[in-house]
Design a protein around this ligand. Structure first.
Ligand SMILES: O=P(O)(O)OC[C@H]1O[C@H](OP(=O)(O)OP(=O)(O)O)[C@H](O)[C@@H]1O
Ligand code: HPA
Ligand SMILES: [Mg+2]
Length: 180
């Protein structure tokens, strides 16, 4: 698995430090509010579980399972919701947690859909942002790191469902996906 990695972009230590800082900022911003943290699976699973342990206040969590990449390195453009949030978000402060924003198609679709349910607020937190690839404009409130225009894997993020369990963030050798 590690042999398929061309370059490590973020080490375990760098990820830990940044996630801690994001958690502290979120704690300061939401103190005293009814916070619901919604992880967008599967990619956000690792980031979300580290992030909520750095948020020092009472909160609820929920998850959605959403997919638009399948086994490709380009979005299909069709956002499929496989699992929805299981509670009402009406009057709650919702923080959506993503692993990566690329074209922006997933978050644009999700925030428009969730806004129709009349939450008190919706904010977005993403570990990684690839602004160079944006097709839809999305306002992101908390960003861990800006990434170059490369296909990223690790720390929850996959290529064709592999590499999610790498403890760091890196890029694949091109031959890994070119030979598919
Ligand atoms: O900004 P976009 O171009 O929409 O890309 C970002 C989305 O793509 C990935 O999900 P994917 O569909 O691969 O599902 P996964 O989380 O199960 O890997 C990622 O986790 C984001 O949800
Ligand atoms: O760079 C990426 N890597 C993996 N999945 C993704 N989904 C959107 N962008 C990416
Ligand atoms: Mg994926």
């Amino acid at each position: 698995m590690q042999n398929d990695i061309a370059r490590v972009l973020l080490t375990e230590e760098e990820l830990h430090e940044r996630v801690k800082a994001l958690g502290e900022a979120i704690t300061a911003d939401y103190k005293g509010k009814d916070l619901l943290v919604v992880g967008i699976l599967k990619g956000s699973n690792v980031f979300m579980s580290d992030l909520i342990r750095q948020i020092n206040m009472p909160l609820n969590i929920d998850f959605m399972i959403v997919s638009s990449y399948g086994n490709a390195t380009e979005s299909t453009g069709v956002v499929k919701i496989m699992k929805d949030i299981e509670q009402s978000i009406s009057d709650k402060h919702v923080l959506i947690v993503e692993d990566i924003i690329d074209s922006g198609l997933t978050l644009k679709y999700l925030t428009e859909m969730l806004n129709t349910r009349k939450p008190a607020s919706i904010k977005l937190c993403t570990l990684l942002d690839k602004p160079a690839r944006r097709k839809e404009n999305v306002d992101v409130d908390y960003v861990g790191f800006e990434m170059p225009d490369e296909f990223i894997v690790g720390y929850g993020i996959d290529y064709a469902e592999h590499y999610r369990n790498l403890p760091f963030v890196g890029i694949l050798k091109p031959e890994v996906y070119e030979n598919k």
